[in-house]
Design a protein around this ligand. Structure first.
Ligand SMILES: Cc1ncc(COP(=O)(O)O)c(C=O)c1O
Ligand SMILES: N[C@@H](CCOP(=O)(O)O)C(=O)O
Length: 462
């Protein structure tokens, strides 16, 4: 399998190189040259399989010969061994036609663990084979950072630097990033918001001298392997509800567009998905763009679903690439326009996007109301991100097609917001019970490329 950049000017790579490269050298994001297909019988056969076996079958065609079958199988087994639920991604019924896909049973209590635990294992296998050392730099609005730190802490071949927006992540998220004591883990609190952190990470990738000197690698969802791992649970949940004999729809709380794009890939592979609904909080640029065709960031407003406080949505570039018929030049042009304020999507591309995605928005009061209502009617305690999904899903329910809403984080990561909305205090699971007693270690930095690069160089002795 070969991987091409959304901007059409970077080298074509195999799976392992695309994974270790992260952002393409033309600034674009890697995508498979063609999307492998799964036949209806292969989809039907996923029902009832252990998650690991389904993961192997769904992901195998993308890996090529980077890992042998036996290696990949062992990697998957190790990746999901630390999950706290035998199903890994269990479904819970919320209503006659509405199901919740609980994606928060991994070690850091968010859906990011599905991909990050896997790529931690993939990186370790690839780097020990080549004897290479890499410097991972990631941006987080809270969950990617903790998942990445958990996946890479203590690994010999990796330093991991996580940039998070100071004061804009929950206390649990912050402590998950600042309390690990391993010397290869570095949490950096940046003065700014998530889009600033993500922009500085991309700046580092586009500074080739720095990129090559530190051997930069990326584990944000700019990394194709992150998206790929998330494709699996669309298949397992749909098969559990009767796919391929029955269509299903998904509502996905969305920020950086990686998770919902994984659903789009599942659909392109042959999963019978009726609608893919993009659910945003008050930072609703994706909903506005899908409605009006205008993509113009206008500032990030802090919300009670902070992980989705994003206005420059990285993976939307992958959706645009598909909507523009894989025209890398057109995408590069749009991304240039974004640097000076925003862009208008062409009529043809907007139509293609609307064929693929529906959308909706959920404000702060609606988020709290969805937490309260869902608790009162079902006994399920949602985190604010899942609540955004449930609110938007409820406006897209149709009698004949089951809706699956993705519950992307555990409520215990956002106790204050959840308790205010529901009156329930969500306790941390036992493996994190002493989180508030652990010592924090963090470096504060201005939102300045040079300052952040200097911190990284000093830490890795460059
Ligand atoms: C809890 C949670 N829900 C939803 C999202 C949105 O996912 P994506 O960025 O893949 O759209 C994120 C972060 O990205 C998150 O951490
Ligand atoms: N919500 C994310 C933002 C980064 O997204 P990613 O999927 O591109 O890593 C977070 O929690 O950090």
């Amino acid at each position: 399998m070969r991987y091409v950049s959304t901007r059409g000017q970077a080298p074509v790579l195999d799976f392992e190189a695309a994974m270790l490269t992260g952002l393409a050298r033309d600034g674009g994001l890697y995508l498979p040259e063609r999307i492998p297909q799964m036949a209806p019988a292969e989809i039907a056969a996923l029902a009832g399989l252990p998650y690991e076996e389904a993961a192997l079958r769904v992901m195998r065609p993308y890996i090529g010969d980077a890992f042998s079958d036996a290696e990949f199988e062992a990697i998957i087994a190790r990746a999901y061994a630390g999950f706290n639920h035998v199903a890994r991604a269990p479904l819970v019924q919320l209503g006659p036609n509405h199901h919740l896909l609980e994606l928060f049973h991994g070690p850091t209590l968010a859906f990011k663990d599905f991909a990050m635990q896997l790529i931690g294992q993939l990186f370790e296998a690839a780097l020990s084979r080549s004897g290479t050392r890499v410097c991972i730099v990631g941006a987080t609005s809270g969950d990617t950072g903790s998942a990445a730190i958990e996946a890479f802490r203590g690994l010999d071949m990796v330093d991991v630097f996580i940039l998070y927006p100071q004061g804009r992540v929950s206390e649990v998220q912050r402590r998950q990033m600042t309390t690990p004591s391993e010397a290869n883990v570095h949490a950096i609190a940046v003065e700014g918001h998530f889009d600033d952190c993500q922009a500085r990470v991309k700046d580092m990738f586009n500074d080739f001298a720095f990129r090559d000197a530190v051997n930069l690698a990326g584990v944000n969802s700019i990394n194709w392997a992150r998206v790929l791992a998330q494709v699996v649970y669309y298949f397992t949940s749909a098969a559990a509800l009767g796919a391929p004999h029955r269509e299903v729809s998904f509502t996905v709380p969305t920020g950086n567009f990686g998770d919902v794009f994984a659903g789009y890939i599942a659909k392109r592979m042959g999963l019978p998905v009726s609608r893919l609904v993009v659910a945003t909080n008050q930072n609703d640029i994706l909903h506005r763009c899908l409605t009006s065709g205008e993509y113009r960031p206008d500032g990030v407003a802090p919300s009670i679903s902070p992980s989705m406080d994003i206005q420059v949505s990285s993976n939307f570039e992958r959706a645009l690439f598909e909507a523009y018929g894989r025209d890398g030049r057109a995408v590069a042009q749009l991304m240039d326009e974004l640097k000076s304020g925003g862009f208008s999507v062409s009529q043809g591309a907007l139509q293609a996007l609307r064929e693929a995605f529906d959308s909706g928005r959920c404000d702060e009061d609606e988020t709290r109301a969805a937490i309260r209502r869902t608790w009162d009617t079902t006994g399920e305690l949602l985190c604010p991100h899942g609540a955004v999904g449930v609110h938007v899903a409820e406006t897209h329910l149709v009698p004949e097609v089951p809706m699956i809403t993705l519950a992307t984080a555990h409520p215990a990561k956002f106790p204050a917001a959840v308790e205010e909305a529901s009156g329930q205090h969500p306790p941390l699971p036992s493996h994190m019970a002493d989180l508030y007693d652990r010592k924090e270690r963090v470096t504060e930095a201005a939102n300045d490329l040079g300052v952040i690069q200097q911190i990284i160089r000093e830490r890795i002795g460059q």
